[in-house]
Write a protein that binds this ligand. Sequence first.
Ligand code: FRU
Length: 614
Amino acid sequence: MTMKYQLRKLIMSAAATLSALSLNAAGDIEINNLGVNNTLVRIKGDSRYVLLPVQESNEDARINVIVDGKIVETIYVRMATSRTDFTVPYDLSPYKGKNVILDVVTPQSRSSVREAKGDVCWKNISLTDTLDLTDRELQYRPLFHHTPQYGWMNDPNGMFYKDGVWHLYYQWNPYGSKWQNLSWGHSTSTDLINWEHQPVALTPDGLGYIFSGSSAIDHNNTAGFGEDAVVAIYTSAGTNQMQSLAYSNNDGADFTVLTSNPIITLESEARDPNFFWNEQTGEWNLALAHALDHEMLFFTSPDLKNWTLQSSFGKGLGAQDGVWECPDLFRLPVDGTDKEKWVLICNINPGGPFGGSGVQYFVGDWDGKKFTVDTDADGKVPTKWLDHGKDNYALVSWSDTPDGRRTAIGWMSNWDYAAEVPTSQYRSANTLPRELSLFTASDGQIYMANVPSPEVISLRDRLVTSVKNSSLNSKDKVYNLPAVNDGVCEFTVDFNAETADSIMMTLSNKAGEHVDMVYNPATHTLSFDRRNSGNVGFSDAFPVVTVAPTHETDGKVSLRVFIDRSSIELFGNEGRFSMTNLVFPTHPYTTLEIKSLGGKARMSNLRIYSIKLY
Ligand code: FRU
């Protein structure tokens, strides 16, 4: 080898190490590794989406989207380093024909640029015009519950009904399956069962992420946004939290964000505004969670833009072990009579009945400015929970519903483990839609009942099992769940405990995994044990037994149970008690076994239905 040749080789290899530039696998994206944790990604092709490779276990990279030299958006994505778990699409269509650069700052410390260059995301990043949205979560994605098409979801929020369409917005991360980039995802339905995915409705802006809030139709045009404008008020979560307004003149498809936002500011953490038109007082009312103070604040307004603080409620009352979030305030008839009471929902996390998050509520009166809570015979304020499972949170109701309905929906997960559940293409579903009402229980207290919305009945397909009347003893009666759709079903059953100490229902699969539900007439409780229900190991907080008060005095319960792959919802005695629990069996449950212990009991009207989507 000559000296000259050796010198040339040396110069070439020095140039190679110094050159930041490389290309992705397809050659239509230019990668400039500028340093150990900074890379410029230049989009060369003309496609609609760039697919960003994600590795869930990584920390978020910060990506500034630079269009013709200006930052138009900042998003956070767990860019893949050693393995691509899945990709998330970033929509380039608004920037067609412009220069798009992603300025990526990765959090991983790299010993050298050479190492940073080796991150798999630079090779796997790609352009596409079409998205492959094929469901990869066949084992656990529910069949008849609302789920996001992909990405992380928490609270349902901003829901309203207009012209036959139920609008459901939700806290959504379009760029990953953990909490981040909070936007308002949007789905619509004409029957509360079949949901159509709509384009994202609100995305983070200069004031911050778009946290939870509510929407209503401004029928009297009090704000001047136009006839029947849909108004959304939500929390802008930047360095601190403040409340902002956006309105829509096309039925909630697109929102115009008020340029004079925020509309409510406070010195301390407050979020999740929930507002409604109060016909009795002729003004707008708004409840706001004063999260760390464990209370709700109440405001009034003539025009949705100017709000006056009127009062607060909740300090020292009810469950106080967590932040108060997502309020809802509405009127309901009591026991189906003309008598009415107000309900104030105060979601709380942690401090829920079985750890983590839960739906707490208070019953009382509302005069348009102040909430006064009902007390029990001893003058105390009882703590009340809407659901006695572990997986119903941030439940709030639709505004502008027809026929005086109070229809609500909750996020079917728990902050204890929501980011760890064994799904990744989508993370979390919503509960079934439910109708709320009030009833007086034997302790003299008024409680809130919730039953599946009437539309849910249309899901019933074939009656696969029907038992009119049967005596129960300690020998299991065994029934098969429908084979179609891997056991997804609804079943109803009535029990009379007679001389039995308890009645037990067990769902099980071929792997020996099981869920045990036990009705105990002496303690007036129904328990749900998911400790052996399947994959329970992803969080210590998951394997639990949840217990509901049955509110009966005669040893009789009527149950309606919905099994949808990874969720079980149980409604008892016309919704006087309910339980929502997630389960992740490694194989679908195939059988339902029923027996009584310590004596004989009677079972009637067992009906198992397969489910159809239409
Ligand atoms: C409740 C909550 C809300 C907040 C939102 C953020 O689950 O913490 O208080 O607005 O989630 O995603």
